[in-house]
Design a binder for this molecule. Structure first.
Ligand code: C2O
Ligand code: CU
Ligand code: CU
Length: 421
C-alpha cells in the first residue's frame, strides 16, 4: 500500500517447496514466497512501515543490507524475531537510489538461513536516477539478477550440514533468481541488469560471449560518478553492480551467454527490437557535495581480517555480541584501514561489509581503487595481503556490525560491532 507520503509492506519469512530442478521440488525458504522474494521498492523521501513476520520453525532477523537506518531497525543479531512473532519497523528512506538487499542475519546461523533462500532485492528509487536515460521498465529492460550457487542432493534437496565448509558453502550449480539454466528474452536493444552476489562464498568473474562490452552505471549504494565500461567484471559476496548491456549488434534468433569463468550462467535470446540511440551522460551523479571532509586529525580505525576456516578473526578476536569494538561520532567522517592478513598466494578475498552506512573507497594499497569503486559502497573486496582505506560517515545512530561477507566467516566470528552516537 502506498500514499503520497507513506509506503506499507508486510514481509513474511516462510518455508515452502520450489520447483527448481526437473523432478522433486526442493524444500526452500523465502520472503512472502517459497524461495527468495519479490523485489521490495522503497521511494526516497517516504515514510516506510514494514511489518516483519516469522513463520519459520526457528528465530530469524530481517537485515536491510545497505540501508541507512538506525541500529535497532537494521536487523542484525540484536533484533531476533521468534517463530510466530511479528514486529513493525518505521523509518524514512533517505539515501540515493540503489540496489540493496534483505537477508536473514541471526548469528551464528546467517549462512544457513541465506542458503535456505532468505534473501531478496530491495530497490531504492529517487527522482534524479529516474530522470536519466537508462532502461527503467521493471521486468522488461530493468532486471535483477541474484547470483547464487547450490548443490542438489538426492530428491533435489539442499543439505547445508553435509556441505558445510567453514570457508563458505558452495555448490556446482549456478542458481540465478532462484532458477537453474535460466534464459531471458531480450525485447529491447538495451537492458539494465542489477547484479547481486547473493552467494555464501562464491565470487563471480563475469563476461559475455563475444566479450561483449557492457557499461556499469552503479555500485552498491549509488550511481557511479561516471559510467565505466567492462568486458570482464569481478563481483564478490554481497556486492552489487548495475550494468547496461547493448544488444544492438545481434539479430533475432541469436543467443548471447553470460559466463562466470567458464560456466554459462544465463542465456539471452534475442528478439526483434526498435533501435535505441539514447546516450548516457558522462556525469551520472555528484556525490562529493554531500560528503563530510576528513582532516589530518581524523581518527583512523584499523580492521585486520585474519585466518581461514575455524580460525577466522577480526582484530585478533572472535565476534562477541556483548562487546563494543569501536565507536564513531554520528555524522563525522572517519578513516577505516581494512586489511586482509592472508598470504598473497592461496589466500581468500574477504569482502568487507559495514551495516547501516554507505562509504567511499579511498585507496587500495595506497593506489586508486578500482574504476567502479568511485560510487557509494557498503561492501568492498579486500584481497590477500591488501590494505583498503575507506571514508566512513554514519547518518544514523545505533550499534552496527561489520564483518567479512563470506557468510560462514561472519558466522565463524570474523565480525565486530561499532556504537555510533
Ligand atoms: Cu549483508 Cu551483516 O550483512
Ligand atoms: Cu549488512
Ligand atoms: Cu572472509
Amino acid at each position: 500500500k502506498e500514499t503520497d507520503t507513506d509506503m506499507y509492506y508486510t514481509v513474511v519469512a516462510q518455508t515452502g517447496e520450489t520447483q527448481i530442478m526437473p523432478g522433486a521440488k526442493t524444500k526452500t525458504w523465502g520472503y512472502n514466497t517459497s524461495l527468495l522474494g519479490k523485489t521490495i521498492i522503497l521511494k526516497r523521501g517516504k515514510h516506510i512501515h514494514i511489518t516483519l513476520k516469522n513463520k519459520l520453525p526457528e528465530l530469524t532477523t530481517f537485515h536491510w543490507h545497505g540501508l541507512e537506518v538506525q541500529g535497532d531497525i537494521d536487523g542484525g543479531c540484536h533484533s531476533p524475531i521468534y517463530p510466530g512473532e511479528s514486529k513493525t519497523i518505521n523509518f524514512i528512506c533517505n539515501q540515493p537510489a540503489a540496489f540493496l538487499w534483505l537477508h536473514a542475519h541471526p548469528c551464528p546461523s546467517t549462512a544457513e538461513q541465506v542458503w535456505h533462500g532468505l534473501a531478496t532485492g530491495v530497490v531504492v528509487t529517487d527522482q534524479h536516477k529516474a530522470s536519466l536515460p537508462i532502461p527503467k521498465q521493471y521486468g522488461v529492460d530493468d532486471i535483477p539478477l541474484v547470483l547464487q550457487d547450490r548443490k542438489f542432493h538426492q530428491n533435489n534437496q539442499w543439505d547445508y550440514q553435509a556441505d558445510y565448509d567453514p570457508d563458505g558453502v558452495q555448490g556446482p550449480t549456478p542458481m540465478i533468481n532462484g532458477t537453474v539454466n535460466p534464459y531471458f528474452d531480450v525485447t529491447t536493444q538495451k537492458v539494465r541488469f542489477r547484479l547481486l552476489d547473493g552467494a555464501n562464498r562464491r565470487e563471480w568473474r563475469l563476461h559475455f560471449s563475444d566479450d561483449l562490452e557492457f557499461t556499469q552505471i552503479a555500485g552498491d549504494g549509488s550511481l557511479l560518478p561516471h559510467p565505466v565500461k567492462f568486458t570482464h567484471m569481478l563481483i564478490t559476496c554481497a556486492e552489487r553492480a548495475e550494468i547496461i548491456v547493448d544488444f544492438g549488434k545481434y539479430k533475432p534468433g541469436d543467443v548471447v551467454t553470460l559466463f562466470s569463468d567458464d560456466t554459462p550462467i544465463v542465456k539471452f535470446r534475442i528478439h526483434s527490437f526498435k533501435p535505441d540511440h539514447s546516450k548516457l551522460p558522462y556525469d551520472l551523479i555528484d556525490l562529493k557535495k554531500d560528503e563530510p571532509e576528513t582532516t589530518k586529525d581524523t581518527p583512523v580505525h584499523k580492521v585486520v581480517m585474519s585466518g581461514m576456516d575455524e580460525q577466522v578473526e577480526m582484530n585478533g578476536k572472535k565476534f562477541n555480541m556483548q562487546r563494543i569494538d569501536s565507536k564513531q561520532k554520528l555524522g563525522n567522517a572517519e578513516i577505516w584501514d581494512v586489511s586482509n592478513s592472508n598470504d598473497k598466494v592461496g589466500g581468500m578475498i574477504h569482502p568487507y561489509h559495514m551495516h547501516g552506512v554507505q562509504f567511499q573507497v579511498l585507496s587500495r594499497n595506497g593506489h586508486d581503487p578500482y574504476p567502479n569503486e568511485h560510487g557509494l559502497k557498503d561492501t568492498v573486496s579486500v584481497n590477500p595481503g591488501e590494505h583498503v582505506r575507506l571514508k566512513v560517515w554514519y547518518t544514523q545512530p545505533g550499534i552496527f556490525m561489520y564483518h567479512c561477507h563470506i557468510i560462514e566467516h561472519e558466522d565463524g566470528g570474523m565480525m565486530a560491532q561499532i556504537k555510533v552516537d
